[in-house]
Design a binder for this molecule. Structure first.
Ligand SMILES: NC(=O)c1ccc[n+]([C@@H]2O[C@H](COP(=O)([O-])OP(=O)(O)OC[C@H]3O[C@@H](n4cnc5c(N)ncnc54)[C@H](O)[C@@H]3O)[C@@H](O)[C@H]2O)c1
Length: 272
């Protein structure tokens, strides 16, 4: 990117796994990065601001968003948990964020949704941007809420959101399922560049996945964004085959797109 389209980009959840990985890679995207989390973020670099914020604190979130013209929303509960935990961060927290975006007229957001929104679809079915949610747990349900909230704020207020159903954004695939779901961090960052560069974004559902050989998700309906992932999980296949046995064909991890998340119980607060 030549000219930076975003002046001040808020990144929530910046202390998390993805946030830490992409932090230094985001410098070309915006003139200033406003990094936020409730966990430690270290020292701010010259182009960074650090603001600690609990997403359930509505006033704090409103202050956090003030002055930003783009948001990458990674903050929240990122795996299955008890209802209160999921609700606080992913329902209340997300509502606070969108309300703050409305009040401060932030027009473009990336919402980190999840493959667990569609976790109960079989791995044999190819999904696309029109595929309705079929969540595999309370976490997946909360992400379905997020997708609906993004849609509401688009239709009612014109706030554009890239709803990214992220697969598995880790340094490398750690099991055979991730050969289909893996997202290289560089591909995620190039998607962030594309969504802020696009003249029109809208409120599309995008599958956050690299150019893997095993394909469950079809991104052709968002081809207008011009996003072309460069990485592939294929180089890890042999390593995984040597390291571990393929799971049984009838195991949840082989049947469902959400894998073992389909096997989680409804967790209670004291069972965490
Ligand atoms: N890593 C993946 O492969 C993957 C896959 C699908 C979706 N996602 C989504 O992407 C986002 C980032 O994922 P990650 O792997 O970096 O998760 P993570 O758990 O490592 O990071 C999430 C961050 O959010 C912060 N957070 C949680 N609740 C908060 C609250 N109430 N107030 C303030 N901060 C809060 C945490 O402190 C943490 O640093 C999450 O929303 C997750 O659901 C990630």
């Amino acid at each position: 990117m030549t000219e930076k389209r975003v002046k001040k980009l808020l990144v929530t959840g910046a202390a998390g796994g993805i946030g830490r990985t992409i932090r230094t890679m985001l410098e070309p995207v915006a003139e200033t990065l406003r990094l936020s989390d409730r966990a430690g973020l270290g020292e701010a670099a010259a182009h960074e601001e650090i603001i600690y914020c609990e997403l359930t604190d509505k006033d704090a979130v409103e202050a956090l968003v003030a002055g930003c013209d783009g948001i990458v929303h990674l903050g929240g509960q990122s795996v299955e948990a008890d209802w209160q935990t999921v609700r606080d961060s992913n329902i209340e927290g997300l509502y606070n964020l969108y309300e703050a975006a409305r009040i401060h007229q932030v027009k473009r957001i990336l919402f980190a949704s999840s493959n667990h929104v569609i976790g109960y679809y079989p791995q044999s079915q190819l999904l696309d941007a029109q595929t309705p949610p079929r969540p595999d747990g309370l976490y997946g349900v909360s992400k379905a809420f997020g997708e609906a909230l993004a849609s509401l704020y688009h239709d009612k207020f014109g706030i554009e959101t890239a709803i990214v159903r992220i697969g598995s954004c880790f340094p490398e695939p750690v099991d055979h399922r991730m050969l289909a779901t893996w997202l290289h961090a560089e591909d995620f960052v190039s998607l962030i560049e594309c969504m802020f560069e696009a003249s029109r974004l809208g409120c599309p559902i995008i599958y956050g996945v690299s150019d893997n050989d095993v394909v469950w998700w079809d991104n052709r309906q968002v081809a207008y964004l011009g996003w072309k992932p460069k990485h592939s999980s294929a180089i890890f296949k042999q390593i995984l085959d040597e390291k571990m046995e393929r799971p049984h064909k009838d195991a949840a991890v082989s049947v469902y797109q959400g894998g073992v998340f389909t096997e989680h119980p409804i967790m209670q607060r004291d069972e965490k």
